[in-house]
Design a protein around this ligand. Structure first.
Ligand SMILES: CC(C)(COP(=O)(O)OP(=O)(O)OC[C@H]1O[C@@H](n2cnc3c(N)ncnc32)[C@H](O)[C@@H]1OP(=O)(O)O)[C@@H](O)C(=O)NCCC(=O)NCCS
Length: 229
């Protein structure tokens, strides 16, 4: 699909499920091809991963203790009251019923956004989470889908992970993502970290203070396996 071309189905925002590892692999390869400096993984190394590795990555993403949101085609029957329809101009429709079983497995993923606890935690600061794997397919950029997913990711960081600060790293040349994060209240901390795939370039570290966590008990900080940004 080319830039500006609308998908034939509504994007449905929902939780990622481990069984969707093939769709995740397809989305991840699309992400790395479309925005190679936005993530800390090269397309070549991703292409070399085995099915087993993709299954393990998907299981990690779907595990409790993190928030992995995807937007996918609804893939519902044509006579469904929620049946596929073009995305309305200027907005994303309200969430609709998620298809189950084979329908869900067949639905293509078009966007991803994840929040994980920061590891290690800075013990001198309130609990920190990290936003990563941010991607919306070119055909859905500027549609408001990214806004809605980020709002839900922020709520997940605060209410499920018990985070008080949400952090991210964005490549210095990625003006669109920087503008997007700024519009949602993220501020440049002034910190710079070398971009791991090209240490001559920098990642800008941005932060968003979160409102006080809701009544949910903050989970214990645990040592998480390495994550792909
Ligand atoms: C980052 C991303 C999720 C944002 O979603 P989006 O739907 O494109 O975001 P929006 O269009 O709502 O907002 C982008 C803003 O940048 C502006 N913009 C567009 N191109 C720009 C550019 N080259 N430089 C600076 N700003 C730009 C837009 O006008 C818009 O401005 P606004 O906030 O004042 O409205 C999406 O662009 C994406 O997936 N990009 C590829 C992957 C990526 O870069 N991920 C981030 C990794 S840190």
């Amino acid at each position: 699909m080319t830039d500006g071309e609308l998908p034939v189905t509504r994007p449905v925002i929902r939780r990622f499920e481990a069984g969707e590892w093939k769709q995740y692999r397809a989305l991840r390869l699309e992400m790395l091809e479309d925005a190679p400096t936005a993530y800390v993984e090269s397309l070549d190394s991703a292409r070399e991963q085995t099915d087993r590795q993709w299954q393990e990555r998907a299981a990690l993403m779907a595990a409790s203790g993190c928030v992995s949101l995807v937007a996918g085609d609804a893939a519902e029957p044509a006579d469904s009251p929620h049946s596929a329809s073009p995305l309305p101009a200027g907005g994303v429709p309200a969430e609709v019923k998620v298809p189950a079983g084979e329908d869900l497995a067949a639905a293509r993923l078009r966007a991803l956004m994840r929040v994980v606890p920061k590891v290690p935690q800075d013990p001198d600061r309130p609990r920190q989470a990290v936003l990563l794997s941010v991607y919306v397919g070119p055909e859905l950029r500027g549609s408001g889908l990214a806004d809605e997913m980020l709002r839900r990711a922020i709520a997940g960081a605060r209410d499920e992970l018990g985070a008080v600060v949400l952090e991210l790293g964005v490549h210095e040349a990625n003006g669109r993502a920087q503008a997007f994060y700024s519009r949602h209240g993220f501020k440049d901390t002034g910190r710079r970290e070398p971009y791991p795939l090209d240490p001559d370039r920098s990642e800008i570290i941005m932060e968003l203070p979160l409102d006080a966590p809701c009544a949910l008990e903050a989970p214990e900080a645990t040592e998480a396996p390495a994550e792909y940004s």
